[in-house]
Design a protein around this ligand. Structure first.
Ligand code: AHR
Length: 505
């Protein structure tokens, strides 16, 4: 039996639990939009074509913001194609995903869908093939209230009220050679600054996100952030981070993916702080972690996936996730919460079908993947303040990160309900771990509300259209609170949530 001991002190807070940490992402990629969230004629579709079964799952998942419309897609996108009468909208080649874009779904449908799903839109502008003027036009069309030509155009499209979109991404992954309109850091930093400057002239209160590196493995990582922020520091609020993980043949390293995410966040924060220091500025640039997930990327070239054809809404990047993948997703949420002082928002990439916790069949039903469960439970129960957790754990050796703790955890304390919630990952692949949590500093008596664990003897188990129920989060009967401590046994390769009501602080 492995061992770990966790301690918290309610005075040692990291920062607030931000609802924006539980954002997601809808890109025109594969079947995320078409036959994902939008399928006119489906038995569950409403009069606008929005699948109600998917909306129900999105609400259950607890998603806050939803980034749209890309991703790589946005770097070749003309937003005007997606507004106005649907029968007049042009079909276009989507070069990013080698697909045919019908434009039946666009900005106004998306905003209506966010209202229907109880989420908040986060929009990306095209700084690949387009520039500042088109971004300003889009902002004016979307959010304008004065009777300008663009606002009247929106009104003529049946959208009387401004959309009031607050979060805007200044392009997508512009450091990536695969991106249409790929730029050097200087080129991108300059267009980001100019575009942000114009957008702020329309509305100074927007949250503007500059593109950071598309991964920490990029050869330009670090230098890209430094140069972009040196150019655009005064105009932007946040810099983006993107990270995807996969199991490969090294399960221990995969289970420790949060070690990499922690390091990534620290590196980008340090670079942003160095730029601030150089400018003698007290302004702090934080992070929008607006793409993260487990992703078994099929092919670098999407034309290989489509066989050279240009299909509408092809089956693409439809990862079917294992229990181990879900444990890693839960672990990455631990990292995002632990870094809540620097991570202002995050987007699980993506929401439906493509790299997603929700899957659908065209004309058929929608179901939860394994990764749905840790996300939904964390989004529902993380509340109040994030607490620092001191971890004293047995260690394990990984190929990628060397020695790491077997157990990783974060805790939140919600004064409104006097509840403390732990989110704990057991990275052990070879047996159970006995965890003891010192509750002494919580004050008063703590009571166990629930402990649920997501795991399976077969950690390669996957949900499917036929069976998405055989492995679900289950009550962990080993959890007990006694003598000022919580004791719980965690199975190998598992994610656990433990909720307590605390005594007085
Ligand atoms: O989320 C899938 C793709 O990953 C996005 O389009 C792109 O931004 C990233 O490379």
């Amino acid at each position: 039996m492995h061992r770990a001991r966790l301690s918290i002190d309610p005075a040692f807070t990291v920062g607030p639990v931000r609802r924006e940490t539980f954002g997601s992402f809808v890109e025109h990629l594969g079947r995320c939009v078409y036959t994902g969230i939008y399928e006119p004629g489906h038995p569950e579709a409403d009069e606008r074509g929005f699948r109600r079964d998917v909306i129900d799952l999105v609400r259950e998942l607890g998603v806050s913001t939803v980034r749209y419309p890309g991703g790589n897609f946005v770097s070749g996108y003309r937003w005007e194609d997606g507004v106005g009468p649907q029968h007049e909208r042009p079909k276009r080649l989507d070069l990013a995903w080698h697909s045919l874009e019908t434009n039946a779904f666009g900005l106004n449908e998306f905003v209506e869908w966010t209202r229907a799903s109880g989420t908040e839109p986060m929009l990306a502008v095209n700084l690949g093939t387009r520039g500042t003027q088109e971004a300003l036009d889009l902002l004016e069309y979307a959010n304008g209230a004065e009777p300008t030509a663009l606002v009247e155009l929106r009104r003529s499209h049946g959208q009387e009220q401004p959309h009031d979109i607050r979060w805007w991404c200044l392009g997508n992954e512009m450091d990536g050679p695969w991106q249409i309109g790929h730029k050097t850091a200087h080129e991108y930093g300059r267009i980001a600054r100019e575009t942000a400057h114009g957008m702020r002239m329309i509305d100074p209160g927007l949250v503007l996100v500059a593109c950071g590196s598309s991964s920490s493995g990029m050869p330009t990582f670090g230098e890209w952030e430094r140069v972009v922020l040196t150019e655009a520091f005064d105009e932007v609020d946040l810099i983006s981070a993107h990270a995807y993980y996969r199991e490969g043949d090294d399960l221990p390293s995969f289970l420790a993916s949060a070690v990499d995410m922690d390091h990534f966040i620290r590196s980008v924060s340090a670079t942003a702080d160095a730029v601030a220091a150089e400018r003698k500025s007290t302004k702090r640039i934080d992070i929008s972690f607006d793409e993260w997930n487990v992703w078994y990327h099929e092919e670098e070239d999407p034309a290989i996936v489509t066989g050279g054809a240009w299909p509408e809404a092809p089956r693409m990047e439809e990862d079917t996730y294992t229990v181990a993948d879900a444990v890693v997703v839960g672990g990455l949420l631990v990292s995002l919460l632990r870094n809540t002082d620097r991570v202002r928002g995050a987007s699980l990439a993506q929401l439906v079908n493509a790299i997603a916790p929700i899957r659908t069949e065209p004309g058929g039903h929608a179901w939860r993947q394994t990764t749905f469960h840790p996300f939904a439970l964390t989004a529902r129960h993380a509340a109040g303040e994030v607490l620092r957790v001191a971890i004293d754990s047995d260690r394990t050796t990984t190929n990628r990160f060397g020695e790491v703790d077997l157990v990783d955890a974060v805790a939140t304390y919600d004064a409104a309900t006097s509840s403390t919630t732990f989110f704990v990952v057991n990275r052990a692949t070879d047996g159970e771990t006995a965890v003891e949590v010192d509750l002494g500093r919580l004050g008063g008596s703590a009571t166990l509300v629930e402990a649920v664990t997501f795991s399976s003897d077969d950690h390669q188990w996957r949900a499917s259209a036929e069976d998405s129920h055989s492995v679900l989060p289950e009550r962990n009967g080993s959890a007990v609170v006694a003598d000022g401590a919580l004791r719980v046994t965690l199975p190998a390769v598992s994610w656990t949530m433990i909720r307590l009501t605390a005594g007085d602080r």
